[in-house]
Design a protein around this ligand. Structure first.
Ligand code: MRU
Length: 339
């Protein structure tokens, strides 16, 4: 059972676990404006596709609370400004846009209500998005655990755990559920350069929950598979196209290629809020490029000349043909994928 709550609402403010300082420090921070929430998403205080959707939904709640508008149209205009600002924070995870659309629809549907009732309605919607995400993760855990053989050695990349969601996790939710069934011998945790979500966050969750794990540098994954020590790979997703092509943390594609070479099943676990049926293939998924300093420095230490040009895509696209199954809250989907 996971009691990690990376995104929570308290009376009049949003509280986020600061994921930039884990595992060294466990700190929660308070947010009282949508602009602060936007900055937290951009700087990875909160990260992971479902978690940024939930945080952005509460950002819209804060926008409604801080607006001085006296009419519905005035309030809606302020919400649109916030929605636009929050949508501009990170481009790849579709959950962000999905959650913001839901909040916009809830606002529009509240036209006939007094403004305070509309604000209450928006808070209820954000809380529903959060609660539905946790329920989806638990369902995914149950469906995905059925794919895990006894004594499984599972490799995962990045962090698709409780921290990346409203709670419990997607790929790590599958691991959690399989672990609860006594089926997990070992989780191989990729460190996940350049931002180290694997070593900083997934390993932290595994330690906290007593899940047996072993950390590896990303470059060791091929060797571990070649030694026959991986039974399956499972990762999360940031956006899944209609044909099943899947964007996830940079390095996921290379793992899928390695898994195919070593005949290891490669699975994705993601809720329907991560599926974008409006785009035909992964070629249309916008890939975020982040600051060069993430690659030139490690833990504050300069590891490359400051003048070296850098390419730093935060995500890559794994072609559907390399994905053995996609675990969703509605069940396990096998190829060919048609979302
Ligand atoms: O840049 P991040 O840390 O937000 O990237 C996160 C990932 O790539 C996760 O694997 C993905 O969002 C799924 S989280 C359940």
């Amino acid at each position: 059972m996971s009691d990690i709550a990376p995104v929570r609402w308290e009376t009049d403010r949003l509280i986020l676990v600061d994921q930039t300082v884990l595992p060294e420090r466990e700190i929660e921070r308070d947010y009282r404006s949508w602009q602060e929430v936007g900055a937290a998403i951009r700087t990875l205080v909160v990260r992971g596709a479902p978690a940024i959707g939930v945080a952005a939904a509460f950002g819209v709640v804060l926008a409604a609370r801080t607006s001085h508008a006296a009419t519905f149209d005035g309030l809606l205009a302020d919400l649109e400004t916030a929605i636009k600002g929050l949508a501009a924070t990170r481009p790849t995870a579709v959950n962000l846009f999905w959650a913001l659309d839901r909040m916009r629809q809830a606002a529009v549907a509240s036209r006939a209500l007094p403004l305070d009732a509309m604000r209450a309605r928006l808070l209820a919607e954000a809380q529903a998005i959060r609660d539905e995400d946790i329920a989806a993760n638990r369902a995914m855990g149950a469906h995905g655990a059925a794919l895990v053989p006894p004594n499984a050695r599972i490799l995962t990349h990045c962090n698709a755990g409780a921290l990346a969601t409203a709670g419990y996790g997607t790929a790590l939710g599958v691991v959690r559920a399989a672990h609860a069934q006594g089926k997990v011998a070992l989780v191989w945790v990729d460190e996940t350069r350049p931002v180290m979500q694997g070593s900083r966050l997934t390993a932290w969750e595994c330690v906290r929950e007593g899940i047996p794990h072993r950390l590896i540098a990303d470059v060791a994954a091929a060797s571990v598979m070649a030694r026959g020590e991986v039974d399956l790979v499972v990762t999360g997703a940031d956006r899944i196209a209609a044909n099943g092509d899947t964007a996830n943390k940079i390095g996921t594609y290379s793992l899928a290629v390695l898994a195919a070479h070593h005949r290891v099943p490669f699975y994705i676990a993601a809720p329907f809020s991560t599926i974008d049926p409006s785009i035909a293939s992964g070629a249309q998924i916008p890939i975020e490029e982040r600051d060069a300093s993430e690659v030139r420095r490690v833990g504050g230490q300069q590891t490359a000349p400051s003048d070296s040009p850098v390419f730093n895509p935060a995500f890559d696209v794994t072609p559907a043909g390399l994905i053995a199954a996609i675990v969703t809250e509605r069940g396990v989907v096998r190829p060919p994928y048609h979302f």
